[in-house]
Design a protein around this ligand. Structure first.
Ligand SMILES: [Zn+2]
Length: 507
């Protein structure tokens, strides 16, 4: 029997019903929000390119690549068309490309085959790999080409007037070595960093320095990249830029557009899981063998982007991607993407967070603002170490920042470095990765702490934002940066820079 409710009980029943419905709506909204923020593939929304990128793109060379990846033969087969403007303003009789993977062909020249790195990269045996050029044409005519000794410098004879555009067509295949490095395959993860040929940087002559084992000895100007890559079904692709694949019966085709970037890197694996989320208007995606690791990488990267945008101005690219690579370095930066070492992912302390914060900072200092990573490696590395201090201060606390400054930067000033290397030394002066990190990253960052004391934090951030906006898509020299900082300080800072960068400290 159903009893009639009193008006008061009736109101109560309606109130409960309304509360239950409201609760359900809130739960659904919360579940949608959490999935959109952190975990769900449905969160993927590819933001349009920033106006600054599109404007710059109109003035740049284009590189269009069609490639097929075959894990059975560990090979990438590609055609590449480059439309190039003469960067020199003068008549040239050759065009020079950098094709760094050639160094991995021989044990004598591979940057992964040094005493320090060989076992970690190759295990017991050397494995050869690199780009093999099948055909090259200049403006439709087949030309004879020549390589330098370590097969990283490709020279083509041309008659190239200052105003003329040159079209190069390359056909090549890339054999991928068994090697845990920025180029190679290990643990089922194929890393293709510095694999696609780029125009050598013009700097009163073609830059053709060696592809040494320490640091990031690669330089290139921004160009507009389009890469169409076919991979077998089941393989996922992390890259400069982002694209949802077109799925065919037994393969997937990715078409990636990356305007105004200075290089293009790929990481491919059938072991990847992914996580993605928006950081303001930037799509952040991480790929790793472990789903939880990918989620942590996204979380740290979002925090880092928010921090650096607040201190140094906007990140201009629409996407940022992180990919696990089984290599012995912590991480490795490329435009719009970074490689993150498996050992950092496996670490149980704060290694992964510190690494993601450092590598994300390279999107400001390297990817957007280029500098001379061969002769002035401090110019981006020390700024990334300094950015890490800002990350720790913003995400944790001012005292955590002070502690990190002491542990990482002040301590590095006190240890004994046996030879006369200084933060301002070129990369080929350093004998191992530890020495390079202590001197260039950490002692180098002491300069930024001194500038913070001298100018004040807000004024230094304003100067760094100005630096980012003035030099993005280009290359800033040490003199450019010194002048900009001197203007911010109202006095010549060259002597202070010399003190911190070029003076050998004896303890
Ligand atoms: Zn770095």
């Amino acid at each position: 029997m159903r009893q009639k409710l009193s008006p008061r009980e009736n109101r109560k029943a309606w109130l409960y019903a309304a509360l239950i419905v409201l609760g359900m709506v809130l739960c659904i909204a919360l579940a949608w929000y959490v999935s959109a923020q952190e975990w769900g593939r449905e969160a993927v929304y590819l933001p349009p390119a920033n106006e600054a990128v599109l404007e710059k793109a109109q003035t740049l060379d284009t590189i269009v690549i069609d490639a097929v990846f075959d894990p059975e033969s560990k090979q990438l087969t590609a055609t590449q068309v480059m439309t190039l403007r003469n960067p020199s303003g003068q008549v040239l009789d050759s065009v020079v490309l950098r094709s760094y993977s050639g160094a991995y062909l021989s044990e004598d020249t591979s940057p992964a085959a040094t005493d320090e790195l060989f076992a970690a990269c190759y295990g017991e045996r050397f494995s050869t790999g690199g780009l093999i050029l099948d055909c090259v044409q200049v403006n439709g005519e087949t030309v004879r080409h020549s390589w330098n000794e370590d097969k990283t410098v490709l020279t083509l004879p041309v008659q190239w007037s200052a105003e003329r555009t040159l079209t190069l067509q390359l056909a090549y295949h890339v054999n991928i070595p068994d090697c845990g490095s920025r180029f190679g395959v290990k643990d089922g993860i194929y890393a293709l960093g510095n694999v696609f040929p780029t125009l050598a940087l013009w700097d009163d002559g073609w830059r053709t320095e060696g592809y040494c084992a320490i640091g990031d000895p690669f330089l290139s100007a921004c160009a507009n990249w389009t890469v169409r890559l076919t991979v077998p079904k089941g393989y996922q692709l992390a890259a400069t830029g982002y694209a949802e694949p077109a799925l065919l019966a037994d393969s997937a085709v990715y078409t990636l557009q990356a305007p105004a970037v200075r290089d293009f890197a790929l990481v491919i694996s059938d072991r990847f899981t992914s996580a993605s989320a928006m950081a303001d208007d930037v799509l952040v995606t991480a790929y790793a063998a472990d789903k939880k690791a990918a989620q942590r990488m996204v979380k740290y990267a979002r925090q880092a982007i928010a921090c650096y945008e607040a201190h140094y101005g906007s990140y201009v690219y629409p996407t940022f991607t992180l990919a696990e690579v089984a290599f012995p370095y912590g991480g490795m930066e490329y435009p719009q993407m970074v490689m993150i070492g498996s050992s950092a992912i496996a670490a149980t302390d704060d290694t992964l967070e510190v690494l993601v914060a450092h590598e994300t900072a390279h999107q400001w200092w390297y990817a957007m603002v280029g500098s001379d990573s061969y002769y002035e490696p401090w110019q981006d590395e020390s700024l990334c170490e300094y950015a890490l201090m800002d990350y720790i201060g913003d995400v944790y606390s001012a005292s955590a920042r002070e502690n990190a400054v002491f542990q990482r930067i002040e301590t590095a000033l006190r240890i004994t470095i046996p030879r006369g290397v200084t933060p301002g030394s070129p990369i080929d002066y350093f004998q191992d990765l530890t020495e390079y990190t202590q001197v260039v990253y950490r002692r180098g960052a002491a300069l930024w702490m001194a500038l913070e004391n001298l100018l004040g934090k807000d004024a230094l951030d304003a100067a760094l934002t100005q630096y980012q906006e003035a030099f993005r898509f280009g290359h800033a020299t040490r003199e450019d940066l010194t002048l900009l900082l001197s203007q911010a300080a109202g006095r010549d800072l060259a002597p202070l820079m010399t003190d911190y960068l070029d003076t050998y400290i004896t303890n």
